[in-house]
Design a protein around this ligand. Structure first.
Ligand SMILES: *Cc1c(COP(=O)(O)O)cnc(C)c1O
Length: 475
């Protein structure tokens, strides 16, 4: 399978190449040349496969530059019951007889769904870097979930270091403890004196220095990484088969969305032939995507207009992976996509009303929904009262939108993107008690924390990275 950029016909190589690279040189995102599909009988053959084997079947057509037995081995190591604390890896739990289901994606090391793709990335990086005798220093910015998922995935990986910037004093106590209690020598936690946007700007500034980037082998694990999107498509298939419906029956999904990576993975699964009816894009108060799916106009907001909400991992004004979706609905029209993104880059709206592209959007199954802080609290409370089940604020956004769009007789699968223990304060506000925490995180706030506080200054950051990499080389 060859990969191309969403903004030009430029070839980006094969899977292992796009695994290690971030943006395409023209600023676009990597997409496969075409999307392979399963016919009805081929789909039936996937029913009942254990998770690693299902992952192999779904991902193999996109990864043909890794020997079959190596990919299988990597998938079996990645999707192991002791890593995800469940033999199903992503169990599907009905909420009573409501027709609503929770797809549990958050039982992995960091208690958020990002582990599912990030764990795969960790093993895949190790494999490809070993084969090429290369090293990688991941530089990232996090407001919470991405950082911990990345660090847990890269722990102890010999050829990878992680430098993770987070806004000093602004993460939840639990999120801070999760990251800063990791004391392995390849993990560097940097608490930046600034907000999340400052962290992101510093990462961009370092990446803009091509010499520094090449000299210190700087890479990324952000949500535009194709391998992350691909790994996430697998659990849509898993959920579908867990429902045990007659072949061809439609199922709806509701997805708490920020950067559009998770819901794009659902769109990918649908494009591969999985009978998904509606695919709901659930937003919080930052509702650019809701606006697009209800009006046909996509108008991104500047960072300063992004509200800080109680589902913080969805506080995004510009959804990176959305470019992949628009590229796909134009039938892989890169010049069109490029034109739109020039508009977006200049803060201008992209208006699809009255064009064939808008019909393609409506035919794609995606619909938007939004919720507010009050809705979120109400949903957490209502799911607890009706089904004795606590959910986290992001999952609540998805459940709310799912219930609003539920169709009689059609199962509605709501993706559980984090465990409530990660967002104790909001859950406490909703139901008046603290959610249970997995045993392994008991008292984590009291563990020894290792992190470096740095000022918001790119030269200080570069010096820190250089100094620690040179020290590591000497030892
Ligand atoms: C990252 C995240 C999201 C948003 O996922 P996207 O793939 O960026 O759309 C939703 N919920 C939680 C808990 C997250 O960590």
């Amino acid at each position: 399978m060859k990969y191309v950029s969403t903004r030009g016909a430029q070839s980006l190589g094969r899977f292992s190449d796009v695994l290690l690279s971030g943006l395409a040189p023209d600023g676009g995102l990597a997409m496969p040349e075409f999307i392979p599909t399963f016919g009805p009988q081929e789909l039936e053959a996937l029913r009942g496969l254990p998770y690693p084997e299902l992952a192999f079947a779904v991902m193999r057509p996109f990864i043909d530059d890794v020997p079959e037995h190596d990919l299988r081995r990597i998938l079996h190591v990645t999707y192991a019951p002791d890593v995800f604390h469940s033999k199903d890896i992503t169990p599907l739990t009905p909420l009573g007889t409501s027709g609503l289901y929770l797809l549990e994606l958050s039982n992995g090391p960091s208690l958020a769904f990002k582990d599912i793709a990030m764990q795969f990335l960790g093993h895949m990086f190790e494999y490809v870097l070993e084969a090429r005798d290369e090293r990688l220093n991941i530089l990232g910015a996090t407001s919470g979930d991405t950082g911990s998922a990345a660090e847990y995935a890269m722990l102890g990986k010999g050829r990878v270091n992680v430098f993770m910037l987070s806004p000093h004093g602004r993460m939840s106590a639990f999120q801070q403890a999760q990251m800063f209690s990791l004391t392995e020598p390849n993990i560097f936690n940097i608490a930046l004196e600034g907000v999340f946007d400052d962290c992101q700007d510093l990462v961009k500034a370092v990446n803009a220095d091509a010499d520094f980037k090449a000299r210190f082998e700087i890479g990324a694990v952000n949500s535009i990484n194709w391998a992350r999107v691909l790994a996430q498509a697998v659990y849509y298939f898993k959920a579908y088969f867990a429902l045990n419906l007659p072949a061809g029956t439609e199922v709806d999904f509701s997805v708490p969305s920020g950067n559009f990576g998770n819901v794009f993975a659902g769109f990918l699964a649908r494009s591969m032939g999985l009978p998904i009816g509606q695919l709901l894009v659930a937003s919080n108060e930052n509702d650019v995507l809701y606006e697009f799916f209800s009006t046909g106009v996509y108008h991104v907001r500047p960072a300063a207009q992004v509200a800080a909400t109680s589902s913080p991992s969805m506080d995004i004004g510009k959804a990176s992976n959305f470019e992949r979706y628009l590229y796909a609905i134009t039938g892989n029209d890169a010049p069109q996509t490029h034109g739109w993104w020039q508009e977006v880059g200049q803060g201008r709206p992209v208006d699809l009303r009255g064009t064939p592209h808008w019909d393609a959007v409506k035919a794609s199954g995606l619909r938007g929904g939004r919720s507010t802080h009050t809705d979120r609290l109400g949903t957490i409370r209502s799911i607890d009262e009706r089904f004795a089940r606590l959910i986290d604020p992001h999952t609540a956004d998805g459940v709310l939108v799912g219930e609003r769009h539920q169709r009689p007789g059609v199962p509605m699968v709501c993706l559980e993107t984090a465990l409530p223990a990660k967002f104790e304060e909001t859950v406490q506000e909703a139901v008046g008690r603290t959610p249970e925490r997995p045993e392994r995180f008991a008292g984590i706030e009291h563990a020894r924390k290792v992190f470096e506080v740095l000022p918001n200054d790119v030269n200080r950051l570069k010096a820190y990275i250089a100094q620690h990499l040179q020290a590591a080389q000497r030892s």
